[in-house]
Design a protein around this ligand. Structure first.
Ligand SMILES: [Cu+2]
Length: 626
């Protein structure tokens, strides 16, 4: 199910006809302009338990940002008599509804529509439409859940959506079945990807949420204390890692276009990042507790950076260039959130007179690798003269729960920078998104070269977190601007023997080139462990694109067992802490704490692999007898 980039290329080599140009008739007539669908209005006419809806597939013009910006001529769903929509018109009905859908294919070629069936249902159930044909589909909506419908003019299936290319890639819409009598005050976000392989063989993609690409994505406002419920749909052929700044969210259920699994209370998990496979959906809830500006975005760097198609590097700056710069070079799958005062009063900042002072110095070695050097100055720790090998990894920052700390980010590099305290529940102003974090007149600046910014943090929770660059991250994240951020319980000390940190990242490792790294190295030296001793492994995925990162602890090639005890810094509920096979997916922007206890001596290894990154890296161990 997980997508490999290589598949896109092979699909194109197999289906060269996918670049069918628009019919000459369409070129003569002006195409209707697509309306970005915020998924708040249900299509069709619901009466006496029957939804009558008339859908069309048609050619239309899509503007992912502004009406005067770059456009793409694409295929889109429309409701008869209305403008075409991306994502397609929302199908939303209560459980028990019968659906009478008519489908009219106005495209100059045949199309197949999937997902118009009862739930749970058959992923392969399809309505085939010749060019110009109209057909009807009558079915029961089925069980409550977040589903999608989608279409193709090629031979794509839900498990290989990458076969959809160019014009047809945006043919998808949300299909929500509500519990009877409950119409939740939620929002639906459909992730789409217009994509194709261009004539020079490289992939071109425009990612969007509800039909628009940051900075054009909808801005949402919430009040503190209100319960926020979102449904996320991934209609794209690639995995994503959806990350919320400043707050945890609860994953309430997962599904695809055929079925949806509602988690029971004991199955729910608290996270700050959730991976979502191609063709899948998930529901989440969260409660804003602190005012200010926040983000919800995909943590895969290319999915949250400006698309070169919309913003060619050599183009004259558009009216939005300034906003892009102010938004730290972001684009695509980013949603801006503003939390205003509500039922939760802003907690008074704790007394900071006795705040611990730390200094994180960022310096640069132009033309060299690693490009950046991160140094931590802690007045409580004498400076060591030990010359350390430069690595693509910042030093660990170890904090104590409830203890205020002022971390001065001192920028000695040649460009502006910013550091985001990933997973930490903190004040918006210190969250580290220049031009966005903060509120009103007090917006976080980028840290200009030669200047400092002091981040004031009082971590409310002990666990494993990340600090990383949030400024033009194609440079920062790929050049070592990150490190582990560990918060301990009061009185606890980090025991480097018992407590092992493994940071998974990518970067240029000279002279070997761009590769996947464990603690800054592609092939780290073996580490000693002792049989019968219990360890805490803290895993951090801060790769650029490794949302499909598979982590295994192997002994003679077979996974051992471990216990997952925390995700993204939040302890798991006791009922979820069980022994499991040492084989997991850890999406980018996630952390995970494990209990590891090996009974036998030998040479196990921690192996990470990613199909997206097309790489494997290994941390060997030597387990000594008890
Ligand atoms: Cu993504």
């Amino acid at each position: 199910m997980r997508m490999r980039y290589a598949n896109v290329i092979s699909a194109l080599l197999l289906f060269p006809g996918l670049f069918s140009p628009f019919s000459s008739e369409a070129e003569r007539a002006p195409l209707p302009v697509i309306v970005a669908n915020d998924n708040r209005t249900s299509a069709g006419n619901l009466k006496d338990g029957i939804l009558n809806v008339r859908l069309e597939l048609r050619q239309a013009r899509w503007y992912p940002e502004t009406a005067d910006g770059v456009y793409k001529d694409v295929y889109a769903f429309a409701e008869e008599g209305q403008a075409p929509h991306i994502p397609g018109p929302l199908l939303r009905v209560p459980q028990g509804t019968r659906i009478h859908a008519s489908l009219h294919n106005l495209l100059p070629l045949a199309a197949k529509v999937y997902g118009l069936h009862a739930h749970p249902g058959d992923l392969d159930q399809v309505v085939q439409l010749a060019a110009g044909e109209t057909r009807e589909a009558h079915f029961d909506a089925g069980e409550p859940g977040s589903y999608m419908y989608w279409a193709t003019t090629s031979d794509a299936r839900l498990d290989n959506l990458e076969e959809r290319q160019a014009e047809e890639t945006l043919l998808a819409g949300a299909f929500i079945v509500d519990r009877p009598g409950v119409r939740e005050n939620d929002r639906i976000f459909a992730i789409t990807a217009w994509s194709r392989i261009n004539s020079s063989g490289s992939a071109e993609t425009i990612f969007a949420i509800n039909g628009q690409s940051w900075p054009a994505t909808e801005r949402l406002t919430y009040r503190t204390g209100e319960m926020v419920h979102w449904r996320i749909l991934n209609t794209t052929p690639v995995v994503h890692a959806m990350h919320l700044h400043g707050f945890y969210f609860t994953v309430d259920g997962v599904g695809d276009s055929a079925r949806f699994i509602h988690y029971s209370e004991s199955q729910r998990r608290k996270v700050v990042t959730e991976g979502i496979d191609s063709g899948h959906t998930f529901d989440l809830t969260w409660t804003p507790e602190r005012t200010g500006n926040w983000l919800f975005h995909c943590h895969m760097i290319d999915h949250m950076s400006p698309s070169p198609i919309l913003h060619p590097p050599d183009a004259k700056p558009s009216a939005h260039a300034a906003e892009h710069d102010h938004s730290a070079g972001m684009g695509g799958l980013v949603v801006g959130l503003t939390v205003i005062p509500g039922s939760i009063p802003n907690t008074a900042s704790p007394e900071r007179k006795n705040a611990r002072k730390l200094q994180l110095v960022i310096s640069e070695n132009p033309e060299k690798t690693p490009l950046y050097k991160l140094e931590l100055n802690d007045p409580a720790v004498p400076k060591s003269d030990e010359k350390k090998q430069p690595v693509l990894l910042g030093p660990p920052i170890v904090l104590t729960r409830g203890d205020p700390v002022d971390i001065e980010i001192k920028n000695q590099s040649s460009g502006p920078t910013a550091i985001h305290w990933h997973g930490i529940e903190l004040e918006s102003y210190y969250d580290g998104v220049p031009g966005w974090s903060g509120s009103g007149q007090q917006i976080t600046p980028a840290v200009a070269p030669g200047t400092s910014f002091v981040a004031r943090i009082t971590p409310p929770r002990a666990g494993t977190f990340i600090y990383h660059s949030h400024w033009h991250d194609d440079t920062g994240i790929r050049n070592g601007l990150y490190g582990p951020l560990i918060v301990l319980e009061p009185g606890q000390k980090l025991d480097p023997d018992e407590d092992r940190i493994f940071v998974f990242s990518v970067g240029i490792y000279a002279p070997l080139g761009f590769m996947m790294l464990i603690n800054g190295q592609p092939g780290p030296d073996p580490l000693p462990l002792r049989a019968g001793k219990r360890y805490r492994f803290r895993l951090i995925n801060i790769t650029d694109e490794g949302s499909d990162l598979r982590v295994r602890l192997l002994f003679k090639g077979e996974p051992v067992s471990w216990r997952v005890v925390a995700k993204d810094g939040a302890d798991l509920p006791p009922a979820q802490i069980v022994s499991s096979s040492a084989d997991m997916f850890l999406p980018v922007g996630s952390t995970c704490d494990l209990q590891v206890l090996l009974e036998k001596s030998g040479q196990p290894q921690l192996e990470i692999s990613s199909e997206v990154l097309a790489d494997v890296a290994m941390q060997p161990f030597v387990v000594l007898a008890k």
